[in-house]
Design a protein. Structure first.
Length: 321
């Protein structure tokens, strides 16, 4: 199976033709890297006269920090990055993920997996496969049946096992990234059959984000390059669920002094939004990282600065058909 995707138009999009989103995980406050993603996606939406939604991706509840969602929203408002409508929460949308999960089961796409991380690691080592640090572990297909078939609701409800999607042979995904150009990934070689529901009963990010983007009518996804590797999996799921495929733009990452991605896991510092001057300084740093130049550098309000930034983005970056 070879699936090639270009800039497909989303038939569920609003009249203005653009609907974007920012989707942070509430595992801590916004840091410089997450502000780059927020600013880039906000500017892309506003430069194209579109809507910008806020989605709190709290699907992985054990990792969520109480109150982090409120802090993130306060930081966005302090930076003038206001969203359209009410924020949505993945933790409140479980029934939608369950429906998509059952739909894939009826298509005979799923199977249960009892492998632990150690089991998978041992199987790969036995096959002479060594996974470099920070690289995706490719599932070797240990639990995959010879012919996946639909399961009963009783078996499907087994929360002691993870559930994976069975990929076809030669599952190659190609898509055009609006910043990086043509991208391609062989899912069999890059990740193998991936998990849609964990053995603790939680649905994975891959399934949840695809369902949310489709149901919210998202037409353009602007996010960090750390999520680029997920895109092929999400496009494959969109295809299986008969969802439209948005346009993708992946932004350059903010790195720390060791060359690692700035993240909450590496104790990245929160951005300073205690007053307008501090918030504007953070926005200017983010804009510079995005490659925006010629913006007001003197006394200006955040609203005036964002207006100029949206104009600069429209001229230099946002080039859609």
């Amino acid at each position: 199976m070879i699936l090639a995707v270009s800039k497909l138009k989303n038939p569920s999009s609003p009249a203005d033709g653009y609907r974007g989103r920012f989707a942070p995980s509430p595992t801590g406050p916004l840091h410089a890297g997450s502000l780059v993603a927020a600013l880039g996606s906000w500017l892309d939406a506003r430069a194209n006269g579109g809507q910008w939604l806020l989605r709190i991706e709290d699907i992985d509840t054990p990792r969520c920090v109480p109150g982090a969602d409120i802090q993130i929203q306060a930081q966005l408002r302090a930076c003038g990055l206001f969203w359209d409508g009410k924020p949505s929460y993945q933790s409140r949308r479980q029934e939608h993920y369950q429906m998509a999960f059952q739909r894939l089961n009826k298509l005979g796409k799923l199977y249960a997996c009892s492998c632990s991380r150690q089991t998978i690691s041992n199987a790969l080592l036995a096959a002479g496969i060594h996974t470099p640090r920070n690289q995706e572990v490719v599932y070797p297909g240990t639990c995959r049946p010879s012919q996946p078939t639909p399961y009963s609701d009783e078996l499907l409800g087994d929360s002691k096992k993870a559930w994976r999607i069975a990929l076809p042979e030669n599952c190659q995904i190609k898509f055009e990234d609006l910043s990086l150009g043509m991208q391609k990934q062989d899912l069999n070689q890059a990740v193998g059959d991936f998990v849609l529901r964990r053995n603790d009963g939680l649905f994975t990010y891959q399934l949840a984000v695809v369902v949310d983007d489709a149901q919210q009518g998202i037409t353009h996804i602007v996010r960090g390059q750390d999520l680029l590797n997920n895109t092929a999996r999400q496009i494959y799921l969109q295809n299986q669920l008969n969802y439209p495929t948005p346009s993708y733009r992946h932004l350059p990452l903010v790195l720390d002094e060791h060359g690692e991605k700035l993240s909450k896991q590496t104790l990245a510092s929160s951005i300073n939004t205690e007053n307008e001057k501090s918030a504007l300084a953070e926005l200017r740093i983010a804009a510079k990282h995005l490659g925006l130049h010629g913006l007001p550098d003197g006394d200006t309000t955040i609203a005036e600065w964002l207006l100029a930034a949206a104009k600069a983005w429209r001229i230099n970056i946002a080039k859609y058909d």
